[in-house]
Design a protein around this ligand. Structure first.
Ligand code: PGA
Length: 261
């Protein structure tokens, strides 16, 4: 039997742009065409866009056939039901989505997306054939109180409680320290790598060797100027980008930063 511990797992970097509540359909289509034209510059990096729901189908029609992921920014765990304003995983598939962002800190803080709901949402996404990106991250107060590692472990364990090891490699984790989101304050490469290594150790407890195949993205004020140094961390497998993902050139420049790994 080959010694699997000696195998080097190559994880393809993933750069995902979270547009949040920005862009009308025409703007989204123009962005998608411009991104399509620039894809050959970064063909060794996986790319994904998380557009608002109103333009998800437009973006998916242009980019999904080219292999770019198109993710919703949240979804409900139930297959259907009386949940006004919500959208199910199968509705997202129907609209052309390939994945879904779950547990973003803005959803957790502003809309009460809880670890308990996420424990149902991640398996529901996988069952529908969607790639989930589960976001985790500590607040500034938690970091100052020295409970970052506990908080990250708790979020990862809850969010992935219903995921079988055989499907673990289909899940992406995004480490986004809440104090770095939209603030211009980026974690240093050392802080990011330490958090990612900790998250991977928790994933190993849960899934064993499959943890090595799981991608862990960093998010929080990622820009073209700091992307390459963040991606240098061996457990930093890409980025979840907010503000800088609104301009095609910036998103491509960040993806180019991953090529140098
Ligand atoms: P930011 O957002 O890049 O604007 O900090 C990151 C995110 O919220 O995913």
């Amino acid at each position: 039997m080959p010694d699997v511990t000696d195998q080097i797992i190559e994880r393809t970097p993933l750069v995902a742009g979270n547009w949040k509540m920005f862009k009308l359909r025409g703007e989204a289509r123009a962005f998608a065409h411009a991104l399509a034209a620039g894809l050959d510059q970064v063909d060794e990096v996986d790319l994904a866009i998380c557009p608002p729901l109103t333009c998800l189908a437009d973006v998916a029609a242009i980019l999904a056939p080219l292999g770019v992921g198109v993710l919703a920014q949240t979804a409900h765990q139930a297959a259907s039901g009386a949940f006004t304003g919500e959208v199910s995983m199968s509705m997202l598939v129907d609209a052309g989505a390939t994945g879904v962002l779950l547990g973003h800190s803005e959803r957790r803080a502003l809309y009460g997306e809880s670890d308990g709901a996420l424990a149902e949402k991640v398996p529901a996404a996988l069952a529908a054939g969607l790639e989930p990106i589960l976001c985790v991250g500590e607040s500034e107060a938690e970091r100052d109180a020295g409970v970052t590692e506990e908080r990250l472990a708790e979020q990862v364990r809850h969010g992935l409680a219903g995921v079988a090891s055989s499907l673990a490699s289909d899940v992406v984790i995004a480490y986004e320290p809440v104090w770095a989101i939209g603030t211009g304050r980026t974690a240093t490469p050392a802080i990011a790598q330490a958090a990612h290594a900790h998250i991977r150790a928790v994933l190993e407890e849960l899934f064993g060797a499959a943890a090595d195949e799981m991608r862990i993205l960093y998010g929080g004020s990622v820009k073209p100027a700091n992307a390459a140094e963040l991606f240098a961390g061996p457990d930093v497998d890409g980025a979840l980008v907010g503000g800088a993902s609104l301009a095609v050139g910036d998103l491509l420049a960040i993806a180019a930063g991953a090529l140098a790994r």
